[in-house]
Design a protein around this ligand. Structure first.
Ligand code: GLU
Length: 291
């Protein structure tokens, strides 16, 4: 089987120290396996996109010596594919419209189960049996089956989640009309023939629902590795939203070495990206087998 990996940034701004770690890990994993490394722009959330950020990201990758294989895919060009999958789930009676606001979901979960950590509130199934009279459909949710879903993460080890209980029926089409990330990512990974996903640990808890969705759609599930996030001084994930600085690719070596150290390795003796990769790819291959 040919290894096919990917880096899937959202073009909401240039790369920062956190996204470089993810790019580097996925690039090294692909090169260590003599595989392909694809880039996909996740530009569905049009309100958050920044004009020209995609080109900036691509230039930064090249400046860091990470060149991708094949065409760069844009999610915004694949809307028909998301619609087709949505339609097929619709015919399987898997979908239903939901009229709940975030506030209502949070309130009903709090009263039933007590407090959940931020972002981890399961949908309580309010609209599963149909919209209450007078309510209008906002989003569309998929009916999730009860049961544990287990997988082995190449970084974090064995994982198990009951999507029905811990997440609940999740949104595939958002209230603002955009396709949800969870749907798009599953379809895109399958369409691009991705065999191995390497990404940040913030997405570890999304994996079970993505694998479940892939099963329901009859698609293969890629193996996964979730690498540690870069955290700022306040303990928050470094992101464009909280003002992470764009990296200065005029001087690529300190950026590569910092990302490499973050992944648990010692600096390599190298003065150019090419020299760096020659050694880093070997060391990565020695530590992580691409299962
Ligand atoms: N677009 C997502 C992000 O920038 C990554 C999605 C993925 O790797 O599955 O965080």
């Amino acid at each position: 089987m040919q290894y096919v990996g990917r880096f899937a940034p959202s073009p909401t701004g240039p790369l920062h120290a956190g996204s470089v770690v993810v790019a580097l890990a996925s690039f090294l994993d692909a090169r260590a396996a003599n595989g392909l490394w694809r880039v996909r722009m996740e530009d569905l959330d049009t309100e958050r996109m920044v004009q020209g950020a995609d080109q900036m990201i691509l230039q930064q990758l090249l400046a860091l010596g990470m060149s991708w294989d094949g065409e760069v895919i844009y999610q915004s060009a694949r809307l028909q594919n998301y619609q087709a999958a949505f339609d097929s789930l619709q015919t399987q009676n898997r979908l239903y419209p939901c009229g709940c606001s975030r506030r209502e979901i949070a309130d009903s979960v709090l009263s039933r189960h007590g407090a959940f950590p931020e972002g981890e509130r399961p949908y309580p199934g309010t609209c599963r049996q149909g919209l209450a009279p007078g309510r209008t459909a906002k989003s569309w949710r998929v009916r999730v089956d009860d049961g544990d879903l287990s997988f082995v993460d190449r970084w974090c080890g064995p994982q198990s989640q009951n999507v029905h209980q811990q997440v609940g029926d999740f949104v595939l089409r958002r209230a603002d009309g955009h396709w949800a990330y969870q749907l798009a990512v599953v379809l895109d990974d399958a369409a691009q023939g991705i065999t191995h996903i390497v990404r940040g640990q913030d997405l570890l808890t999304s994996t079970a629902r993505q694998q479940w969705l892939a099963h329901v759609l009859g698609l293969d599930t890629p193996s996964v590795m979730h690498v540690p996030l870069v955290i700022d001084d306040n303990g928050v994930k470094l992101s464009k939203q909280n003002g992470a600085l764009a990296i200065n690719t005029e001087d690529p070596m300190p950026i590569l070495q910092a990302a490499w150290r973050h992944l648990g390795f010692y600096d390599v003796q190298a003065s150019t990206p090419a020299q760096f990769y020659e050694q880093a790819v070997k060391q990565w291959a020695g530590r992580f087998k691409p299962v």
